[in-house]
Write a protein that binds this ligand. Structure first.
Ligand code: WT7
Length: 631
């Protein structure tokens, strides 16, 4: 990655600033942190509540904070129902395009009909308020219908990214004890069909809690259906039970909306729990203020709905704001590297929100592909998932944005629910910095003792306050949530993000990367523990370690070290077999770049693998303090 060039400042054009939804930052920021509850109560007024809250923020059991407690709301009432009753009724809600060019559109009215039908199907399968439904699907409209249908009846969705594989799916079903799984026959990438149902079938064998599997017909693959457990959605929708009207459940503001699993420092992925009330307020407010959404805009968050970015900024935030959203299920460079640029031109996309890894991936094909298209509809460009290197920033700004679209580099996490550090369209930009905290948030950089470090000094990124979009707990494990994220200094609770960062002389925040054993590979978050677990599940392997090393396109690539059983031969064949094994257990994104066979792994005397030693060796750097290294 190139050196951060802190001297470059880009000022937004008057075209953008004059029409920005938020015209001023400093004063409103000051107000929002001094009057946090008042600020968030004002934002919450933009939503429809069945019953207003008793308290905006309840700190009595900190750090188990509650927002808008006592209030009654349903996020779907805000994301769908209310639009059907207002002028958005016939407005386009979802524009969908498949890789093969197939197109489907849904107005808010049409979306409501689909969600109601799906909700009735779920009810007919015995799904009740509070039940966890696992969803494993490609990026098709039915994925969004399924999520909203769960939320509508007060069930909790747990979406597992469609690129994950058997073990990743099975362990998430198990942890959530899901009785119902929603999936599809399959999806396709680069013209090749992917059999999701086969993966789902394997996962259901490993996790027996599933009693009902609802399958969407998407790519006409011949799949195995188990009678009495598996049902086609289109068959269920044809039954009288699946009427196109369904009342939206009144849920409490603090009732769980979804669980989303994410990788952590050790052990299995954590199910982060988000709520109906605070999450609705946070995602819609950040979407409106940061991304400056206007009624006539076409918004494209080119993430997968199966990740938090998709939950918050494809589905919930934009739909609450009544926006028109673009959804594309396919590779960015299929059949040619102009696919995304063609979509922007064809649909007149105004705001594009994507990841540095996608930008780098498209940048390598050169300017000639975007140059074939009229991209003048674009007004703002967003980035999320990892630090954006200045070279990619400048290409995005110049080639895609024609020097007129601010780059909205947003820092946040699965745990935070929405953007925490981000410019507004009016903010002067420095390439590589996510700039300043969003309203209501006080963010500091501290040392190991918890004291604030000086300007330009590296330290740990902390958040000093609760915010409505914060995850409330780790599913079924409150203690783990408290231990992992919260600590107290001088009687005040602070949230530890797991990232290292610096603040410069202007107060701009520069996020450097993870400080824990989490890897960011192509913007995807993977725990070294999960990759190692997958390796060790192969019969030839006794021990494994995974580390991330810099990679030009992916940001980080996975490198692994394995100790194999006596008598096994660590050759090219086994190496390939192990790579494939991790891919088929975890998903393609977790496939290691390489597998090295070693005699032993560097460990502390207490038996912990010293990944930093492996990393330093691989990079030819100083191995640092080795005093705890076992002989
Ligand atoms: C981690 C969270 C937020 C949705 C997608 C990722 C890294 C995220 C940025 C950014 C630098 C970033 C951090 C963070 N990260 N955005 N703009 N600049 N780093 O969510 O999978 O929960 O990952 O992604 O390391 O901790 P996630």
């Amino acid at each position: 990655m190139t050196q951060l060039e802190q001297s470059d400042i880009f000022y937004p054009s008057s075209e953008v600033t004059e029409q920005a939804n938020v015209a001023e930052y400093e004063k409103l920021y000051q107000y929002s942190v001094e009057n946090r509850e008042a600020f968030w109560a004002e934002q919450a007024e933009n939503l429809n509540w069945f019953k207003k809250w008793d308290s905006v923020l309840d700190e009595s059991n900190a750090p188990m904070y509650k927002w808008f407690d006592g209030g009654e709301i349903n996020i779907v009432h805000n994301a769908v129902d209310r639009h059907v009753e207002n002028a958005n009724r016939n407005k386009m809600a979802i524009i969908w395009e498949g890789e093969n060019g197939e197109k489907r559109n849904f107005s808010y009215n049409g979306l409501n009909r689909e969600v109601c039908q799906f909700a009735n199907v779920l009810k007919s399968m015995g799904v009740e308020k509070g039940d966890v439904v696992t969803i494993y699907m490609p990026q098709i409209p039915e994925l969004i219908f399924a999520m909203l249908a769960c939320a509508k009846i007060g069930a909790v969705h747990s979406v597992v990214y469609g690129g994950f594989s058997t073990e990743a799916l099975a362990s998430r079903i198990d942890d959530a004890h899901s009785r119902v799984l929603i999936t599809a026959d399959g999806g396709s990438r680069r013209g090749k069909k992917i059999n999701l149902k086969a993966i789902a079938n394997d996962a259901m064998k490993r996790s027996p809690s599933i009693e009902v599997c609802i399958c969407v017909k998407n790519n006409e693959l011949d799949v195995e259906m188990e009678p009495s457990r598996d049902f086609w959605l289109h068959d269920l929708k044809a039954l009288p039970i699946a009427g196109s009207k369904c009342e939206t459940e009144k849920t409490g503001a603090e009732d769980p909306l979804f669980i989303l699993y994410t990788s952590g420092t050790t052990g299995s992925p954590k199910g982060m729990v988000h709520t109906h009330g605070g999450y609705a307020v946070y995602t819609s407010t950040t979407h409106r203020m940061i991304f400056d959404i206007k009624p006539q805009d076409r918004w494209w968050c080119a993430a997968d709905p199966g990740w938090i970015t998709g939950h918050s900024y494809i589905v919930y935030g934009p739909l609450i704001n009544g926006a028109t959203i673009m959804l594309y299920d396919g590779a960015p460079n299929y059949p040619y590297p102009n696919r995304w640029w063609q979509i922007i031109e064809n649909y007149g996309i105004n705001i594009l929100y994507t990841s540095p890894t996608a930008i780098r991936g498209l940048m390598r094909f050169g300017e000639r592909w975007p140059k074939k298209h009229d991209l003048s509809s674009l007004r703002l460009l967003g980035s999320v998932g990892e630090p954006i290197n200045p070279k990619a920033w400048k290409w995005y700004h110049h080639v895609i944005g024609n020097d007129k679209c601010p780059i909205i580099d947003t820092w946040w996490q699965t745990e935070t629910g929405g953007c925490m550090i981000s410019p507004l369209p009016i903010t002067p930009l420095k390439p590589g910095s996510a700039t300043k905290p969003f309203f209501g948030n006080e963010i500091s950089i501290v040392n190991d003792e918890g004291n604030e470090v000086g300007a330009n000094e590296e330290g740990k990124l902390i958040i000093k306050n609760p915010w409505p979009g914060m995850a409330r707990t780790v599913f079924k494990d409150e203690q783990r949530y408290k231990d992992l994220y919260w600590s107290q200094v001088d009687g005040k609770w602070r949230y530890l993000a797991g990232d290292s960062a610096k603040k410069d002389d202007d107060g701009y925040i520069w996020v450097i990367g993870r400080i824990d054993e989490v890897l960011k590979v192509s913007g995807y978050r993977l725990g070294t523990a999960e990759i190692e677990h997958a390796l060790v599940s192969h019969p030839a392997v006794t021990e494994a370690a995974a580390i991330g090393l810099p990679h030009e396109l992916k940001g980080n690539a996975i490198h692994t070290y394995v100790v194999i059983k006596e008598g096994m031969v660590g050759d090219k064949n086994l190496c390939n077999e192990l790579k494939e094994h991790v891919g088929s257990e975890m998903g393609k994104i977790a496939t290691p770049e390489d597998v090295q066979f070693v005699e032993a792994l560097p460990k502390t005397r207490s038996g912990k693998i010293m990944r930093r030693v492996l990393k330093a060796r691989a990079l030819g750097q100083d191995e640092g303090d080795l005093s705890t290294l076992e002989e």
